[in-house]
Design a protein around this ligand. Structure first.
Ligand code: PHE
Length: 343
């Protein structure tokens, strides 16, 4: 065996047995066997002194050594890259990234709770359009033509074709639709968004949410209304809650009343939330005016009923002690994520 052949064999063995465990081993290997000053280059020089009849064979040996080095390099590189990739993808020792769970909006929480309270005593839920005609929002509800609530100051008017429509100012409009489309007995609540043309401040907003209720049957009395509202107040604010009714006026109810609940903070003793009165206003109510029943085709000789309406924001305010109405529509997650609830 020629000297050069021995060298080639030794190098081939070195290539085959090289332990390349990391990228720096691999780089050393590359410089030695494949770099610009690699160890194989002098062999081509030595080839000149090989006897002619063996030149071809020895040349081939050098070439196949070079090939082996290249293959070894490529394979090792691929193996190192894929194994380091895997390590990054699945590192079971890294701490997990907790996924944030969303929470329901406080208005939805309170709305759902109100619905659930009334469903337990047999009320169904009805909904209607937010863009309403004059009939359902005002006329059928016994609003006289000159009533100030129809005024541009309170109501947003919009045009639909050549018809003037309004953004509903209360969900009493839905109750008119229910009366028109069903026969008594009627027991329904109408939750939904309503609009009023008010300057936005901590205490007022141009839209808010209501739940209004309607009960129509034979022999419905004011006592039924009072008991229903007491039941609601105690379910919502606790068994100790009391209510009081103050005479009031709504075009669609007669007699009408405003309802206060005993202060949920001081239990009636007096504090700054109830302005030392011991009472907080929560809703309006009354016996449905016969004009309203007639307008929707209900026989006033046989049937009577009561209605009530409350603002969801107002109930939420009392429940959560949030004093600024604007917070409910600003979508600040830091505010919203505080309301975790079963509803
Ligand atoms: N619709 C009234 C309002 O928007 C509330 C109400 C409903 C009052 C039913 C009495 C009876 O304020």
């Amino acid at each position: 065996m020629l000297d050069i052949e021995k060298k080639i064999n030794d190098l081939l063995q070195e290539v085959n047995e090289a332990q390349l465990d990391n990228s720096s081993d691999l780089e050393t290997f590359r410089i030695k066997f494949l770099g610009s000053k690699n160890i194989l280059k002098p062999l081509f020089g030595e080839l000149k002194s090989v006897p002619n009849e063996q030149k071809k064979e020895v040349g081939q040996q050098i070439n196949s050594l070079k090939k082996s080095a290249q293959i070894k390099f490529d394979k090792t590189k691929e193996a190192l890259e894929s194994s380091s990739d895997d390590k990054e993808k699945i590192d079971f020792t890294r701490p997990g990234e907790p996924r944030k769970l969303g929470s329901r909006h406080p208005i939805s929480v309170v709305r759902n709770e109100i619905i659930s309270i009334f469903e337990r005593i047999g009320y169904g839920v009805s909904e209607g359009p937010e863009i309403e005609d004059d009939w359902h929002n005002f006329s059928a509800l016994n609003f006289p033509p000159e009533h100030p609530a129809r005024d541009m100051q309170d109501t947003f008017f919009v045009e639909k074709g050549d018809k003037e429509m309004a953004l509903r100012t209360h969900t009493s409009s839905v109750q008119v639709r229910v009366m028109e489309n069903s026969k008594p007995p009627i027991r329904t609540i109408s939750p939904g968004r309503v609009y009023r043309n008010e300057a936005i401040s901590a205490r007022a907003h141009c839209f808010f949410h209501q739940v209004e209720g309607l009960f129509i049957d034979k022999d419905v009395s004011f006592a039924d209304l009072k008991q229903t509202l007491l039941y609601f107040a105690q379910e919502m604010f606790g068994k100790k809650a009391q209510i009081r009714l103050r005479p009031s006026y709504f075009p669609f109810t007669e007699p009408s009343a405003e309802v206060d609940v005993s202060c949920t903070i001081c239990n009636g003793d007096g504090c700054n939330v109830c302005k030392y009165t011991g009472w907080l206003e929560i809703l309006g109510c009354g016996m449905v005016d016969p004009n309203v029943l007639k307008a929707s085709g209900i026989d006033t000789e046989t049937y009577s009923g009561f209605a009530f309406g409350m603002g969801i924001e107002r109930i939420a305010q009392l429940k959560y002690r949030v004093n600024d109405l604007r917070l409910y529509s600003e979508n600040d997650v830091r505010f919203l994520e505080q309301f975790k609830s079963a509803f």
